[in-house]
Design a protein around this ligand. Structure first.
Ligand code: 5GP
Ligand code: ZN
Length: 123
């Protein structure tokens, strides 16, 4: 399968791993948007949030719990952090293997969008 994150999982493309277990791995984002920014991915290829099947619910919960474990290890669990799933074009998804962004190490701000983005579109 021609999937960037499956290649990272297989070790075909290098990445700096920060966590792994039997269901997920996490590695640093190549273009970090915070002092700490990693991506948590399931070992199973799932293309988008729309493709999560009933059998996948456990691994998706596992991804979220992995985020909290990584935050704890990095030492910012109590200060707080941001987690993000992007889905398809409007969500800003660019890699079609689901991934949970974990950003920490500074206040993230809220809301995370610009005023102009509130204007509805028809597509
Ligand atoms: P998305 O936009 O799909 O939610 O997030 C994809 C993320 O993958 C982006 O933040 C991007 O910087 C990161 N990324 C893209 N290619 C690579 C890569 O080859 N290695 C790593 N470590 N991150 C990547
Ligand atoms: Zn994949």
């Amino acid at each position: 399968m021609d999937c960037l994150f499956c290649k990272i999982l297989e070790g075909e493309i290098p990445a700096e791993r920060v966590y792994e277990d039997d269901q997920v791995i996490a590695f640093r984002d190549i273009n970090p948007q915070a002092p700490f920014h990693c991506l948590i991915i399931p070992r199973k290829h799932i293309a988008t949030l729309n493709d999560i099947a009933d059998d996948d619910r456990e691994v998706v919960g596992h991804m979220i719990q992995a985020a909290s474990k990584i935050a704890q290890r990095q030492g910012f669990d109590q200060d707080g952090y941001r987690t993000v799933f992007n889905c398809n074009t409007h969500g800003g998804q660019t890699v079609y293997h689901i991934h949970l962004h974990l950003l920490g190490g500074k206040p993230m701000g809220w809301p995370p969008y610009q005023d102009t983005l509130k204007t509805p579109v028809n597509n």
